[in-house]
Design a protein around this ligand. Structure first.
Ligand code: MD3
Ligand code: FE
Length: 217
């Protein structure tokens, strides 16, 4: 028989933490791909640059966003939606890099979601002080598909609430390389991100980048 050198680890040294039913944290799952992910983020955001969009309420988001795949999320004064065209370039979003797709599919599989086929990846860039207020992700068609999120760069405090905005939130620290799979009964829970604390990450600098993989259509 084979002896594991790592008590609570999988064979690839990834820790699995169940935050709540349907929400699985894979600590460090993205670390083996960090170099490829950074190159792919650079390639995508050279074509479709990060931008701070305006909400329907007229506020400029502190998080700068881009995206790739068949659809990405946009907001402007007329509302928010997924669309296949980047309004900033007038062109389709860049295609989803293979390193992105492969990571998302393997993470979903590891969390028990067979056959996850994302058609969208949103790329969120947090500079120091940027935050995301509590919200639900419900613009996607099929809530049976999970959302896979990948954290890179500076650590953040993630807020994980309930199905009602007023439910108490758990605070979860998400660090460079952590992947979370949000599905099943966790899929429609409120969530947000506390203002990013100052710091410098050795690979990413003074920022946090979060990738979210979704099945939108
Ligand atoms: C829990 N992004 O883009 S990812 C978003 O860190 C978003 O940039 C955050 O919320 C970020 O919509 C959080 C983690 C996440 C994503 C979707 C969820 C957590 C979720 C859907 C349901 C429950
Ligand atoms: Fe969200």
């Amino acid at each position: 028989m084979t002896l594991s050198l790592f008590g609570n680890a999988d064979d690839d040294q990834t820790w699995r933490e169940e935050l709540a039913p349907g929400a699985v944290v894979l600590r460090g799952f993205a670390l083996p791909d960090e170099t490829g992910l950074v190159a792919a983020i650079d390639a995508v955001t050279t074509q479709s640059p990060f931008r701070n969009m305006e909400t329907p309420g007229g506020y400029r988001m502190s998080v700068a966003m881009s995206g790739c795949g068949e659809y990405a999320w946009v907001t402007d004064t007329s509302g928010y939606r997924y669309q296949s065209m980047d309004p900033m370039t007038g062109k389709p979003w860049p295609s989803m890099p293979a390193v992105f797709r492969s990571l998302a599919e393997r993470a979903a599989m590891r969390a028990g979601f067979e056959g996850f086929a994302p058609d969208s990846c949103l790329i969120n860039r947090y500079e120091i002080g940027a935050r995301m207020s509590l919200h639900q992700d419900k613009n996607e068609k099929d809530f049976n598909a999970p959302i896979v999120s990948v954290s890179l760069g500076l650590p953040a405090v993630f807020l994980f609430g309930g199905l009602n905005r007023s439910d108490k939130s758990l605070r979860v620290q998400l660090a460079h390389g952590d992947v979370v799979v949000w599905g099943g009964p966790a899929r429609l829970r409120y969530h947000g991100v506390m203002p990013l604390a100052a710091g410098v990450h050795p690979l990413m600098g003074a920022q946090r980048i979060n990738l979210t993989f979704r099945k939108v259509a």
